[in-house]
Structures are given as structure tokens and as C-alpha cells.
Write a protein that binds this ligand. Sequence first.
Ligand code: C5P
Length: 234
Amino acid sequence: FPVSVVLPAGGTGERTGLQTPKQFCSFLGRPLISYTIQAFERVSWIQSVVVAVGEENAELMADIVRRFRHGKVRVVPGGSTRHRSIWNGVLALEGGGDGEGAVVIVHDAVRPFVDEELLYEIATAAKEHGAAGAIRPLVSTVIASTSEGFLDHSLERAKYRASETPQGFTYDVICRAYRQCSESDFEFGTECLHLALQYCGTNAKLVQGPPTLWKVTYKQDLAAAESIIKGELP
Ligand code: C5P
């Protein structure tokens, strides 16, 4: 079955405190996002990769894409939220994700260390169940705070998981979910699997991913990412 990829890369990376969004920070002479794209570009069964970036980085991104050989990577405008960036990417997939039974993989541009085995697992689970996503055990306990900044309640850590990417959807499910979801989902929602469940009744299969799936978010993550790229960390 045809598999396409949407990489939301329209964020500003405020949490790193750097001028350059983290996906464009340079590692051993190459921007972080080029490692993420490479992880998909070299997978032969992935047909196309659509990257959604903010207007201010469109030229930089076009330059990065030119360095990839196979011409399966394209750039589209990002949106004001992650969901809007993803939806822009999905809308840009030619011919409905390229045919009958197509699967769309969504992956954050700031998670460069994704491997083919996991992508295959996510793609096949999405094909079978309609949606699938990578998860990790929680590192910290999740608590809710009152508006005055006091503990409201805490969740039982063993019951919950951190939702990571890649996530996979049949083209039909992701389109139906975004077509039906509200402005408030677009504005404040962060979980695509939730939209698939809420608007399509599609139960996502959860797949345990490796620790290297973490999202490069803070300044210190940049050093950890560089060590992995250099092969110093597994
Ligand atoms: O901000 P957060 O860490 O949740 O971003 C996850 C991914 O979503 C990043 O790759 C970021 O570039 C992308 N994003 C986007 N458009 C936005 C905001 C975030 O594509 N408006």
C-alpha cells in the first residue's frame, strides 16, 4: 500500500531560547531537520515526504530539500498551530495520498532518530486499525494544577503513556478527522490520535517506541542530539 509522510516543521522553537528554530539548528554542518528527512528519504517503500514550514523559513527549507536526490520531498506552507501545519501537509498529498488504501505517517521534524523498523510497524498497524502511534512510558508523574498554582490531582503514572511520533493513519481517517474537527481542536489540540477517535471512531493501536524518539525541545537536548549523530550515544 502507498505510504506518504507529513513532517510538521512550522514551529518557532521558543522553548530552546535560541533565535533559530531548533529544526534548523546545525549539527555537524547540517540542519537537524535534514537528518529527519533523511530517515524517511532512504526508506524505499515511502513514496513522498511533505514538509510544512513557516513562510520565514521557506527559502531555507527549499535549499535543504534540493540536497536530497530522489525528488520525493516537497515543501508546503506551515500553519499557525501544529494541527494546521499537518492538515496543510495532508491536503498537499497528491492523488489522495497516492491511491487506494493509502497510509499517511505524521512525524515531528524535531525527532530525527526514527528508524525504518518502527515506521514499518506504525504503517502496517495504521493500515490494519485505521490509526497507530508510538508511545513511551512516562518519565515523570503528571499532575493537574489549580489556577492558584496548587496541586489539584495527580494521575497514576503506570496507567498513562507519553504520546510520541511517528503516528500513522489511513488517508481516509486523517482527512475525515481534520474535516470534522472544530476550530478549537485546531487551535488547542495536540493529539491527532484523539481526533481520529473522536471524529471517526477509530481506535489507535499503540506501539512502544525506543527512547531516542524524544522530541528535541530544550537547549540541552541539542547537545544530546549531537552526541547521537556523532555515534557517541546509542
Ligand atoms: O511545539 P511542539 O514541540 O509541539 O512541535 C512539534 C512539531 O510541530 C515540531 O516539529 C514543530 O515544528 C511543529 N509545528 C508546526 N507548526 C506549528 C507549531 C509546531 O509544524 N505552528
